[in-house]
Design a protein around this ligand. Sequence first.
Ligand code: NDP
Ligand code: DGY
Length: 327
Amino acid sequence: MSAQQMLKVFVTRRIPQEGMKILQKAGMCNLSVWDSDEPVPRAELLKGVAGAHGLLCLLSDKIDVEVLDAAGPNLKVISTLSVGFDHLAIDEIKKRGIRVGYTPDVLTDATAELTVALLLATARRLPEGVEEVKNGGWSTWKPLWLCGYGLSGSTVGVIGLGRIGMAIARRLKPFGVKRLLYTGRQPKPQAQEVDGEYVPLDTLVSESDFVVVSCSLTPDTQGLCDKTFFSKMKKTSVFINTSRGAVVNQEDLFEALSSGQIAAAGLDVTTPEPLPTNHPLLTLKNCVVLPHIGSATYSTRGIMSELTANNLLAGLTGSKMPSELKL
Ligand code: NDP
Ligand code: DGY
């Protein structure tokens, strides 16, 4: 391809080299990269995307009308290094005939594993225990010290039994979970595999010992876990969220945790991200907060990077994408 025919691609962050190599080898992209581990400042994003044919972005980049306008009519494809796409103005993107690539499936196992780890760490109070060992709080073996909640014989409720929700359910069942409840927009035939019972949200919330949120963030799920939601949970229940922070009203969660309305919460996602270090949730011993690391295994991030690059190239050439979001 001659220099003039090269297609302009803006990459909003340093990404795993697997994807960069694919883009470089393709020999059709004039690559411009925000070469940093930190998010691209908005002004740089608006500048970088101008005239681009392709945009490779992350979940922390808000791709709205302003960005699409700044890109202009060349933009053919947006490829995001994530399965979640709540950061993209989908209606506007669709209207402009831009294709979208994303990364479903390849991160399902890593995210489900992390969710189980977070659930166990929260329910069995692992961060508190580690802290007590370090600060000298471990005086002797005490019958009632650092007791938590176990999965054996429990009821688990999964909100959003999609790819990740199902992978979480598959992993939790062998711990001896007695009932697996789930809710969503419609019953899922695959739920049979985990003896999943499709129930209304209220039933799930009031009967579960563990409530696990793994739905996508949509206008319907935004703020779903609020005061009313937490007031229906058992006082002994543990709440886990690995979907998106905005599904939860964090002020209501703080109130539920600090008043003893619920036992504990484990969050991999928050609003905002990062959560400010002086945030009230971080003062609570019964709240475990992780920095959005659901898909963070070396191999998963490498594969996500490859898939994101291949989606982008397919969008540029007008061919079939390995993972195209149906708009
Ligand atoms: P899927 O699309 O397979 O699953 C999403 C699920 O959300 C579907 O089962 C859907 O149900 C459900 N859902 C949608 N609306 C509602 C609603 N109103 N009430 C209840 N459930 C609802 O996506 P994935 O499983 O691949 O990913 C899910 C989400 O996990 C992503 O969107 C992302 O936000 C988050 N994620 C977080 C990661 C992390 O690092 N913490 C890593 C990867 C993903 P239905 O099918 O009935 O519509
Ligand atoms: C996603 O892909 O949506 C996650 O939040 C990060 O992997």
